[in-house]
Design a protein around this ligand. Structure first.
Ligand SMILES: C[S@@+](CC[C@H](N)C(=O)[O-])C[C@H]1O[C@@H](n2cnc3c(N)ncnc32)[C@H](O)[C@@H]1O
Length: 263
């Protein structure tokens, strides 16, 4: 199974190098995830009363280090660690050469010593292709978060993926499949996280903050394309600008925040 992941990202590392598109070609999603993770990190550090230069942040499955660089630019002096499984991506992330950022070649399913105020996973737990492996990673994550600290999870979920495809089917659009290098999480994983001491708390954005974007880009835009009336472009712009971010439940990718029980 690891072979699928190693080969997939080896190819993407050559194609995209240090760019954000390496793991996410939809630039709206990439930008929104990055903004959420930066602002949520700052908010959590304020709640913890930890100054940026004292902060320890860990990004598990950090890819080419795109997010770590964005965080580094905003949080001067923070100590940051990236864990990454694919050697080509480890080398890319290390090539950013950013003081205070350590990139380790490691497997998040395997026990290792880390402690951080904030642990982040951005579409990386879904790269583990069985629930057993995902549970191993979530167990590790729960041990890396300091008591009272936070786990910021940007991962895809099965339930909204079903709703997205139901809506596509109603509009005669084909199903969007889950790619072979992903296994989406299920809501039930929250019970596991709670047993591990990680409880969901409210984030600075609603967890379905990408829902309107998925509705517009994965459903509505296709309906417009099938109709060539020029006035429809105006409807598209009006909706894209006027719709609140979290209309419906159409985004498999959710922005979730968990807090580790205090000792
Ligand atoms: C969809 S990419 C996201 C990368 C990065 N978080 C980003 O947003 O660009 C998933 C990442 O998880 C990494 N990954 C997969 N399995 C892993 C494992 N067992 N341990 C650590 N990283 C892993 C992949 O190599 C890949 O870089």
């Amino acid at each position: 199974m690891d072979k699928i992941i190693l080969e997939h990202y080896k190819k993407l590392s050559v194609e995209w190098g240090l760019q954000g598109q390496m793991s996410m070609q939809d630039q709206v999603i990439r930008e929104r995830e990055t903004k959420f993770l930066i602002e949520q990190t700052k908010h959590c550090l304020r709640l913890l009363g930890v100054a940026p230069e004292q902060a320890q942040i860990l990004d598990t499955g950090c890819g080419n280090g795109y997010l770590l660089q964005a965080l580094w630019e905003e949080l001067a002096g923070a100590q940051m660690t990236g864990l990454e499984f694919v050697p080509e991506l480890v080398h890319l992330a290390q090539s950013r050469n950013l003081p205070g950022i350590k990139i380790e070649h490691s497997d998040m399913r395997v026990a290792q010593e880390h402690k951080a105020h904030i642990v982040i996973s951005e579409r990386s737990v879904v790269n583990l292709l069985t629930w057993e492996e995902q549970k191993l990673a979530l167990t590790q994550i729960s041990q890396w978060v300091r008591p009272g600290g936070f786990y910021l999870m940007v991962e895809s979920f099965h339930e909204p993926w079903i709703k997205l495809n139901d809506a596509r089917r109603e509009n005669n659009l084909p199903e969007i499949p889950v790619s072979p290098h992903n296994r989406y999480l299920r809501e039930a994983c929250l019970e596991t996280l709670a047993k591990l001491g990680l409880r969901e708390v409210e984030g600075i954005e609603p967890k379905n903050a990408l829902s309107s974007h998925f509705f517009l880009s994965r459903i509505f835009q296709h309906l417009l394309k099938s109709d060539s009336r020029p006035g429809l472009e105006k409807i598209w712009s009006a909706l894209a600008e006027g719709l609140k971010d979290n209309f419906g439940d159409f985004s498999p990718i959710l922005f979730r925040v968990f807090r580790k029980d205090s000792l």
